[in-house]
Design a protein around this ligand. Structure first.
Ligand SMILES: [Mg+2]
Length: 227
């Protein structure tokens, strides 16, 4: 039986929060800004949701940085991927799943530079397909990005979606008919219209859940109707 496991990138496969903290610490030092201003930077970043041109426009204004916006963006894009260490435990777990016959895919919202991050962290070759929204042309939770992943893997859209953002990863996976695992990051689930099938604190833990349930039907078990 073909089985498909799809994964989000930021704060799922990769610890985007830690990478941002390390980058921000270096950025503050390089620009002679007191480290205590990290909170301001983090607030403008909004967990990576703020587009980078908007982020640097606001950072320039807030801290009175003279460097041009283009230069700040260039510096960022050149350096940022290096702040992602190789997630060895995650790679080990992904390989175990793949060895057992699963097709593995990445489904991420963001620019093409998501590929650079995956490369820097040595994750690219661990997947059968990598779907980046700005390349594919649709974003999670649009079901078409999950359909694209399944089609490019040559399997039916049956299996699991693992991610940390309720409105994109979990709602999107659920709408696509996948079972879902929410990476909690210390949070409590609060959505009532849909919910994940399982919670995990890491990708290795999520993969253990997938493997433990792999004797069951790969379809979604929830009785709740798809919207
Ligand atoms: Mg994420």
């Amino acid at each position: 039986m073909d089985r498909l496991a799809l994964f989000d990138v930021d704060n799922t496969l990769l610890d985007r929060q830690a990478a941002f903290e390390h980058w921000a610490a270096d950025f503050l030092v390089a620009n002679h800004i007191d480290p205590s201003q990290y909170g301001e930077l983090s607030s403008i970043d909004n967990d990576g949701v703020t587009p980078r041109d908007v982020f640097f426009t606001q950072v320039k204004e807030r801290f009175g940085i003279a460097t041009s916006l283009d230069q700040l963006l260039d510096n960022y894009h050149q350096a940022y991927a290096n702040y992602y260490p190789t997630p060895h435990e995650t790679i080990r777990a992904l390989r175990e799943l793949r060895t057992k016959g699963w097709k593995l895919g990445v489904v991420t919202n963001g620019p093409a530079s998501q590929l650079t991050k995956l490369d820097a962290a040595h994750l690219t070759n661990e997947f059968d397909v990598i779907c980046v929204s700005e390349i594919v042309g649709v974003r999670k939770p649009d079901v078409r990005i999950f359909e694209d992943a399944a089609r490019r893997c040559g399997v039916a859209l049956l299996g699991w979606m693992v991610g940390d953002t309720p409105g994109t990863d979990i709602e999107g996976g659920w709408r696509a008919g996948l079972r879902t695992i929410w990476i909690t990051r210390g949070r409590t689930w609060s959505e009532t219209a849909y919910r994940p099938d399982a919670l995990a604190t890491s990708v290795p833990q999520a993969i253990a859940i997938i493997l433990a349930s792999s004797d069951e039907s790969p379809g979604r078990t929830s009785s709740k109707a798809r919207p």
